[in-house]
Design a protein around this ligand. Structure first.
Ligand code: B12
Ligand code: SF4
Length: 448
């Protein structure tokens, strides 16, 4: 069979550049490619880095869908189905909202695909495609294959060194898709030897771990760190703020090559944290955590959310001061967004507070609900302003890391990716993305 896998074009927030779309290919589709038996002819097209060829006639089309790409995915699906081609949709948004998605496709995959993809392909071949595919148990992650990287043109992406070592998260914050009931979210790690094999196959010494929570099982993380140390990698990962209780783990991370950590601080407002059910975070220990991380020469990407029930318009100025004072190297901010299927969606819906249902607005840069202590306009304006202010030249200079070894990657990210990202990404174009990132790595860490 001819199988075509598609990643629909994502929406950009006002502060985003084409770098966002070219950041990395869909790992989900590369995994599906790897799961596909060799007798099939599998291809992948990513609308984020080029135009889709919609004139072809594959036997099966598979599309990976997030909430903000859902309308485009449904459009693409409609096009193929009008020609009698079978379309299956999967991914986070479809898994959380299978009935909605099924109205636009022949079949949907709810949750992980590893244990059901072969069955789906065989059902297409025998003309017996079911409407819903759902793996009743959490996937055994030893079955996750090495992604089929040769499906894509690597030159079009900034990062083709992304690795997942786990699925799920031990926590279930109200606003996160990990709060959805649809499928198994409990935390699982891959066998260490599989993750190591994947890293070696990448052929690079710089790796981005894109797990929800790299420290979901600290025993596993410690053993993994011990085993990657001899590889002399530099790497980046996302961890929960409870890492403050494990200073020894931070030492081991630095020894194993950690350069930066993405941390979901979410808010410096205690009442807001409580309202989000984020009990593992403690605002009082945030500054200690930052000191511990910086002391080890690791940079911080602070993830923040604005619009919690405890937030009023003063939250933006307070947070900006806090970020600058603590010399946070990079910030990723979001307007609280009730993704359909999450606990917060159910709550805000029951309170009749969801006022914008345009899926393309669910990319965390729109106030799609009525906030508690400010207007939607105040929330959006404050969010746009904190981005502008945080990445102003004055504040980039004020936040310059004390650790000299971090200054080059710091300046590259702040200026080339954020401040002048729109121009820089246009100059780089899609064909030069990998060269740009190799150049950045060489300048920052002396490796490719
Ligand atoms: C890497 C990543 C990114 C990368 C995306 C790179 C890319 N081209 O895909 C970047 C940094 C660019 C990014 C951007 C954004 N992201 Co993001 N991202 C992730 C992250 C951390 C990992 C995704 C991943 O690759 N997982 C590994 C793969 C193997 O697992 P998987 O996707 O679940 O796929 C499995 C199944 O779902 C299924 N499957 C998936 N697709 C398909 C398709 C078919 C046909 C089938 C059969 C099966 C199937 O099979 C796979 C194997 O089992 C997730 C968090 C997470 N844990 O999923 C957030 C996440 C997907 N992102 C999210 C968000 C909100 C965004 C942004 C809007 C953020 C922003 N404010 O700009 C943008 C928009 C992105 C977009 N529209 O696609 C949300 C999505 C919420 C939602 N309900 O849609 C998530 C869940 C994070 C979160 N906790 O909120 N992101
Ligand atoms: S700690 Fe992060 S990944 Fe885990 S449930 Fe909370 S927001 Fe989601």
């Amino acid at each position: 069979m001819k199988i075509k896998l598609i990643s629909p074009k994502m929406t950009l927030r006002p502060m985003d550049s084409e770098f966002k779309r070219a950041m990395s290919p869909s790992l989900a589709l590369l995994v599906l490619g790897a799961l596909t038996p060799v007798e099939h002819d599998v291809t992948m097209e990513d609308e984020n880095v080029g135009k889709l060829n919609l004139d072809d006639l594959p036997d099966l089309v598979g599309i990976s869908v997030n909430v903000d790409t859902s309308l485009r995915a449904y459009e693409i699906s409609k096009h193929y189905r009008s020609q009698g081609i079978k379309v299956i949709l999967g991914g986070i948004h479809v898994s959380a909202n299978p009935n909605e998605a099924l109205a636009f496709a022949d079949a949907v995959c709810i949750g992980e695909a590893e244990e059901i993809w072969i069955q789906i392909l065989s059902d297409v071949q025998t003309g017996d495609l079911k409407q819903k595919y759902y793996n009743a148990r959490p996937t055994d992650l030893s079955l996750t294959p090495i992604p089929k990287w040769d499906l894509i043109d690597k030159s079009k992406y900034l990062y083709t060194n992304v690795v997942v070592t786990s699925r799920g998260c031990p926590f279930h914050c109200e606003f996160c898709y990990n709060s959805c009931e649809y499928v198994h979210h409990w935390f699982r790690n891959r066998p260490i030897k599989n993750a190591l094999e994947e890293i070696r196959a990448l052929g690079t010494r710089q790796v981005m771990f894109i797990d929800d929570n790299f420290i979901g099982n600290i025993g596993w993380t410690k053993e993994f760190l011990r085993q990657i140390r001899p590889l002399n990698l530099t790497w980046h990962a996302a961890v929960s703020a409870n890492i403050v209780h494990y200073p020894g783990l931070l030492d081991e991370m630095k020894d194993a090559g950690c350069e930066s950590l993405f941390i979901g601080f979410e808010t410096i407002n205690e009442a807001s944290l409580k309202s989000a059910g984020k009990h593992q975070n403690n605002v009082k220990s945030y500054e200690k955590l930052i000191r511990e991380i910086h002391a080890r020469g690791i940079m911080i990407n602070a993830s923040l959310v604005f619009g919690f029930d405890g937030d009023d318009p003063a939250v933006f100025e307070k947070t900006l001061k806090w970020l600058v004072k603590n010399k946070i190297e990079t910030m990723t901010a979001h307007i609280l967004t009730p993704y359909p299927g999450t606990k917060i969606y159910q709550r805000l819906k029951s309170e009749s507070r969801i006022v914008d249902i345009e899926p393309a607005h669910y990319n965390t840069s729109f106030a799609v609900f009525s906030p508690n202590k400010m207007t939607r306009q105040q929330l959006r304006r404050g969010y746009l302003k904190i981005y502008r202010d945080f990445y102003s030249i004055k504040n980039i200079i004020k936040r310059l890391p004390d650790d000299r070894s971090q200054r080059v990657p710091y300046l590259l990210f702040n200026f080339v990716y954020r401040k002048f990202g729109k121009i820089a990404s246009r100059i780089a174009g899609f064909g030069l993305m990998d060269r740009l990132s190799k150049w950045a790595r060489r300048l920052s860490y002396g490796i490719e």
